[in-house]
Structures are given as C-alpha cells and as structure tokens.
Design a binder for this molecule. Structure first.
Ligand SMILES: [Zn+2]
Length: 706
C-alpha cells in the first residue's frame, strides 16, 4: 500500500510529471534525446524564512515564504482548506500536453530526482547506464523482427493444444493473455511463498470500461488495435478483424471479473490443481506451464525448474468460479481463430512501448480518452522509468551512493520511532478495544520493521536483474521479462525475506507498507524537502513526512491490514465486538469520503477506504508527536503551520478526465479530498483555524478510527 497511486493507469505511465511553468523550466523536445538543462524547481526560500501575512486586517498567519505562492488567502480555510492552501498553485500551474496531472511536492521532487538520475545514467558504465543509452537509441524497424517471430508462431497455431503452447510462449516473456499469475507470500504461512492465479488479460483499466454506456474507451481501443496491427504488417481489413475479435474476447473476460471494489477486499481462496482443472476443463494448464518451464530452462542454462502446478501444493486462485469458469467458456475449438487474434493483440500491446515510436504513439491514443494526455512523455523520462523497472536494485544502489546522508537517515529514523511511539500509546488507550486486543495490537506494531533508504548497498544482485544488456532496447526488454519470469518461478521454493524491496526502489518518491510481512519501506527519494528537511521547523516536517510515516504504520491496521495477525497470518484475531465497532467506525469514514464529488463524480469511499483510514490515522499520529515534542498544547501558529504543511503535500493540478479516471480506479482519494476530508475529522484543525461548528471543515459529526 503506497501513499500515492496511479493517476494515469495506462501503458505503465505512472502519475507522470510536469512542473509549474513559472520557474523557467523548459519542456524538453520529445523528438530527440535532448535533456533539460535548467535546474529543477525547489522551494524558493529557506524553510525557516517565515513571513507574516494579514488577511483583511483581521487575521494574520505566519507561514514559510515558499508556501505563500501556493495559497489563496482570499479563500476561507473553514470552507475549503484545500482551496485556501493550493488554489494559488493550481492557478499558476500550466500542464503541458504530455501529462494530465502535476503535483507540487511529489512531481517537483520527482523531477529533481529524475535530473540527478539522468546525470548518473548518462555517465554510468554499469548495466543501468547501458540500458538507458540503449533505450535512448530509439528502436528502429529492424527491432520488429524480435516480435514478428511471436506473431508468426501464433498465426501458425492449428489446434487448441498448440494455442496453449503459444500462451506459454508469450507468458515466458511476461505477456498476460487470459489470466495473470505470480509468486508471493503465503497469507496462511507467511515465511513461505505460494503460487497465485489472478484475473487478467484485458487492456482497459477495469471491467466497467467494457460495459458502460459511454463507448469512447472501447471504440478507441478498437481503433488503436487496428492501427497497431496495420503497422505490424496486416492489411487494413485484417487489422480490423483482429481488433474486433480481440475486443470481443476482452469484453467476455471483463464480464466475469470482480469490480475494483470487490477485488480490493477479496480474500484469495486456495485450491488443488484438480479443482482448478475441473472448473476449467477446456484449459490445458499443464501444457501452458510445461512450455513456460521448458523455455526458462533453455535460457542461459538456468537451473532445473518444475511445473508449479504438478507439485501437489495448493495455490491461490482469485475468483475461480466467476472469472476462471467464465474464461473457460470460450476455450473451444470453434473459437480458435478469434482466440488467436486476441493473442496477436496481447503481444503487440506489450511490445508497442518497446518498438519504434510509431507503435508507442498509436498505443498512447488510449491515454487520450482515459486520462486526457495527448503526447508521449519525453524519451529520457520513459528510459529512466524503464531502467528503474528492469533494474530496481541497481538503480537504488546507484542513487543511494550519492543522495542519502547519514544525517538524513538518523533524523528520519528518529521521527519514525517517534511516530511509532505515538501509535503505541494510542493503541494502549483505544476505548473501543478490549485490553487483550490492545496488547496484541501493540505487539504487532512493535514487530513492524522499517526498511529505510533502499536495498542495502552490499545486497546481491537478484536473479531478476541478472541478464546481459545489449545495444537493442527491444531485446533488452525481452531479456528482462524472461529474467523476471524465471526469478518468480525460482522463488516459489524459497523463504520470504521480509526486507525484500520487491521491485520498489530508493529513487521512488513514495512510501509503502507491505501487510504480508509487516514492514514499512521508506525510500531515500521521499526524504527530501519539502517532505523532510532536517533544517525545517518540526511542525513542517511532521505535517509532511510525519503524516506519511503515520499513514504507513496505520496501514497495518486498516480494513485489510487489520486482518493480519502479529505473525502476519491473515486470520481473525479480534473478538467479534471489536470487529463490529471497527466496521461501524470505518463505515463512517467510507460514507464521509463518498460524500465528496470531484469532476462531477462521487468519490468511491469503499474503494479508497484503506487509504483514507491510513490518512486519518497518519494525521492523528503526527499531530500527537507534535504535541508531545511541544511538551503540551500547541500554540496556534505552530498548529497552523503543521496543517498547512500537510495540505501543501497535496497541492496539484489535474485535468478533468484524469480526475474522473482517478475516482474510478485509484484506491487513493483525490488530493483535495485527502486534505478536506482528512482534516474535517480533526477537532484540532478546527481549533487551529477557529472554524465554527457546522462549517464544512468542522462538521458536527466526525469519524474516528485510529
Ligand atoms: Zn497508503
């Protein structure tokens, strides 16, 4: 569970970036490997440069100078604190066409970090530098040969058994067709790993996009597939047939999927292979996985692997009797031509971001209808992201060698320890829990580990990052995908390492909590101003980084995290009465968040509940750390600074389409709701800004969980 989510859930583009235009940053050209030379934006003044501002000669505030341009002091903080804190930022920020959203803290810090990584990558002789430079050499039509072999193999399929072999072949390079699989921690035996099947094989963000009255996304998907298959050498007429068939298969699969609110709370069920096969008699699972395993063992003389389905172990299957049973209905010989066309598209979809730019541009048209992004991000940013995804450990180490100081580590560790202490104290007095449950909760909290910065510099290179780097970016993508699949299969028999960063990196401007192992991952990337600055006033640091640390701790006790006991086993450990009270209190939060509207759409409080609980918990914990550090009640100016620092973390400018996409698909509430809903449940906020009872930011009825 991360602190920020995906605004543009397409093509792997994550919350891609831009910056406010008033700082002189020039958007680099997308057509050449040119990189920006202007310095990244940064707080314009030292965090200790506090300025007094008067509002209508009645109220005065003391805020750091760098915060003031983001604010609109003509807004009433008791009506809409987000507007008070961020309307200035939204007004002065101009989004370029290649991103639908830019967030003041997250993206400015991300931009600064990207620039630093860019300088390292350009001169690095290590694998990461080689990957980056191969990527900057835009693939040419010659690289198409690498995918053409797969297309030809799929076209030559003449029977269902051959189709299942083809599914195995595309799976070995990471392409999802019909379903997804992974190897992850076993919720019933947390030190071991288990093989898991999930729903998969569709191109739009979730099932609703295939069934809604608004057909714009499905129509664009049809158009995109037609274009890409035409680029791949099929006639216009054939490309249209392929597109129609591919979308028909995806629509069929989507019809049997869970909604995103259902899948968020679903508990995986475990089955034997015989049970899976009996529900899906038309699917030759053994053929698929024999093919994957045989292909993996051929690659670079890897050690012997076994078909995970014939081990006799149980494995997890999401929605077996819905999705998998539904998928089985089209696994018949008379559907073979249609199934082959679907497979052709699935592989082209994955390769389109790794071939020459015509494919990438064609695929990106989907983003136009989903998020409103009209052009590709600059190539250097795409290449930075791709090397980070392929070589996360190498990138982490490269960054940490230069960009995290001992002083930052020490002061961040102290703040994390302070927040944990506040949570421990809060759990100890939680009035709606009995004494035994309070004690167990405190034990669980005490067992949480902190992974700070990134993977240790002396950690070995994981097998998922052990592959040769060539001069062909397309080929490197294939090698990386194979290494990832091999690494997953190999891990099946291995013990879980709690501190494994699992692909997250030191360079992430984010933070995470992994429920399966009860560990907080705090990347070096987020330990930068204005999130965290050893020079800044404590109220500023606690309002930003402190709330984020508290957010991650609270995830251990959100509506899903609380289902994991002190040994990380997912099983009930609360008495019924405590569970009931928790459900009642968290329902209040879900209803409260659902009452907000963004871009004409209601927030889905049942989709965002875990994140909302983490936000409200994080605020309370950071606030009590401030109170304790102050040795008693906090004066008005300090408390105003704390809440303002929190709000400005979420200043952002987002286009309407991206806002609607976020509300529909993101498990995090929109930025303005995170500020306004979170703070309106805090009496301390109302007191700090003298908000009358019954004003929007100080409702009579408040929700409270942690
Ligand atoms: Zn979170």
């Amino acid at each position: 569970m991360s602190v920020i989510g995906l605004a543009a859930a397409i093509s792997g583009l994550m919350f891609v970036a831009f910056v406010n235009m008033d700082v002189g940053y020039t958007v680099p050209s997308n057509s050449s490997p040119q990189v920006p030379s202007a310095p990244p934006p940064h707080p314009a003044a030292a965090p200790t440069d506090i300025r007094r501002v008067n509002v209508l000669d009645k109220v005065s505030y003391d805020f750091p100078a760098y915060m003031l341009p983001n604010m609109d002091l003509s807004k009433n903080p008791c009506e809409n604190f987000y507007e008070f804190s961020c309307a200035g930022y939204e007004a002065r920020t101009v989004l370029p066409d290649w991103t639908p959203s830019w967030a003041y803290t997250w993206d400015n810090v991300g931009n600064k970090t990207n620039m630093e990584l860019l300088r390292l990558l350009q001169t690095s002789n290590e694998d990461a530098g080689q990957w980056f430079r191969a990527c900057m050499n835009v693939p040419t039509s010659r690289d198409f040969v690498l995918v053409e072999a797969h297309l030809t193999a799929i076209q030559s399929v003449g029977s269902m058994t051959e189709l299942f072999k083809a599914i195995g072949q595309v799976n070995r390079i990471g392409t999802s067709a019909f379903f997804d699989w992974s190897v992850s921690g076993d919720e019933q035996n947390p030190t071991r790993r288990i093989f898991s099947f999930a729903e998969g094989g569709i191109s739009l963000p979730d099932k609703d996009f295939y069934s809604q009255a608004d057909r714009s996304a499905v129509n664009m998907l049809l158009s995109v597939i037609t274009d890409i298959m035409h680029l791949a050498g099929y006639s216009e007429a054939d490309a249209q047939i392929i597109a129609g068939d591919a979308v028909a298969v995806e629509t069929h699969l989507a019809a049997f999927m869970w909604s995103n609110t259902q899948s968020r709370v679903a508990k995986p069920e475990r089955y034997s292979f015989a049970e899976l096969q009996s529900v899906t008699p038309g699917f030759e699972w053994i053929t698929v996985f024999d093919t994957i395993v045989a292909a993996m063992m051929q690659v670079n003389n890897k050690i012997v692997l076994h078909n995970p389905l014939t081990s006799g172990q149980l494995f997890e299957v999401d929605n077996l009797h819905g999705f998998y049973a539904g998928m089985n209905k089209i696994m018949t010989a008379d559907q073979l031509p249609r199934l082959k066309h679907y497979m052709l598209w699935r592989i082209m979809k994955d390769f389109s971001t790794h071939l020459d730019v015509r494919y990438e541009k064609a695929l990106h048209r989907l983003a136009l209808v989903l998020s409103g992004s009209t052009t590709l991000e600059p190539r250097w940013m795409k290449c930075k992201s791709s090397v980070t995804a392929a070589l996360p450990t190498a990138m982490s180490k490269m960054y940490m060698k230069h960009f995290i100081s001992d002083a930052t580590r020490t002061s961040a560790s102290q703040m994390i320890a302070d927040i944990r202490m506040e949570f421990n104290a809060a759990l100890g007095r939680e009035p709606w829990m009995d004494a035994k449950t309070r004690s167990l909760a405190q034990q669980k909290l005490s067992k949480a580990l902190i992974a700070l910065g990134g993977p240790p510099l002396d950690s070995p290179t994981p097998s998922s990052e052990s592959f040769p780097i060539t001069s062909s970016y397309t080929y490197n993508y294939i090698l990386a995908s194979e290494a990832e699949v091999y690494s997953s299969l190999k891990r099946l028999g291995e013990e879980v390492h709690r501190l494994d960063w699992n692909g997250n990196t030191a360079t992430d401007i984010n933070s995470y909590y992994n429920r399966a192992v009860n560990v907080l991952f705090i990347p070096a990337g987020i330990l930068q101003p204005p999130f965290f600055d050893p020079q800044a006033p404590l109220a500023v640091n606690l309002g930003a980084a402190g709330v984020i640390f508290g957010h991650e701790f609270t995830h251990g006790f959100d509506d899903i995290g609380s289902q994991y006991n002190i040994d990380c086993k997912r099983q009930s450990w609360w008495p019924h009465s405590v569970e009931e009270e928790f459900t009642r209190r968290s329902s209040c939060v879900a209803q409260h968040y659902s009452s907000y509207m963004v871009a004409g759409v209601h927030v889905k409080g049942n989709l965002t509940l875990a994140e909302d609980l983490a936000d409200t918990g994080g605020l309370r914990l950071a606030w009590s750390a401030l109170t304790r550090a102050n040795g008693g009640p906090v004066d008005k100016k300090t408390s105003q600074l704390f809440f303002e620092s929190f709000a400005q973390v979420w200043c952002s400018k987002t286009g309407e389409k991206a806002q609607r996409l976020g509300v529909r698909t993101d498990q995090h509430a929109p930025s303005r709701v995170r500020v306004n809903a979170g703070l309106s449940n805090m009496p301390e906020f109302a007191e700090a800004f003298s908000c009358p009872v019954g004003s929007p930011m100080n409702p009579v009825d408040k929700c409270s969980v942690w």
